[in-house]
Design a protein around this ligand. Sequence first.
Ligand SMILES: [Zn+2]
Ligand SMILES: [Zn+2]
Ligand SMILES: [Zn+2]
Length: 181
Amino acid sequence: MNDIESEKNRALEEHHAKFSCSHDTQQLRKRIVAGGSEQYVLQCLTCGWAACQPIKKEKAFQINGGEDFTPYDETLHEQWNARKNEEKNRIDREYNAKRAKKETESYKNYSKYLKSQEWKRKREKVIARANGLCEGCLENPAEVVHHLNYDHVGSEFLFELVALCELCHNRLHDNKGSNGG
Ligand SMILES: [Zn+2]
Ligand SMILES: [Zn+2]
Ligand SMILES: [Zn+2]
């Protein structure tokens, strides 16, 4: 796993912890349920969670010290979920942007490398090894030097590079669906 992915995983863990409510602050509230009847339930003031078991009216009045109840807030849980989703989306956006930036940078570095003297020398050696012929067909002149893998870009083993003609190179890339060098 690369740095960006593990950083993102940490951010997601933090997000998960932040939105795992322990319902520490609860208040007894009056809720009007479907059909218009009244229920007395504990609502978490942080996330809007409600205890599924309502409290009996007499008991609720006793606890509350009268009939003056705070109304149950139906929007609290939606607000909490909206914040939770919004922050999750923000994390996704942030790390997508980081990933894109990194890809652009490595692409720039790679293009720069392909213009370097170092690459030019390697390229010449590989073409000389193939006696100037394409190693794909041994018929056409070698025109491109292709990476069999990108494990050691910048310090390739020369057996990781092959000399190819355009035709063979295109055929190889069509099959692989990549667009590297
Ligand atoms: Zn809660
Ligand atoms: Zn060829
Ligand atoms: Zn290639």
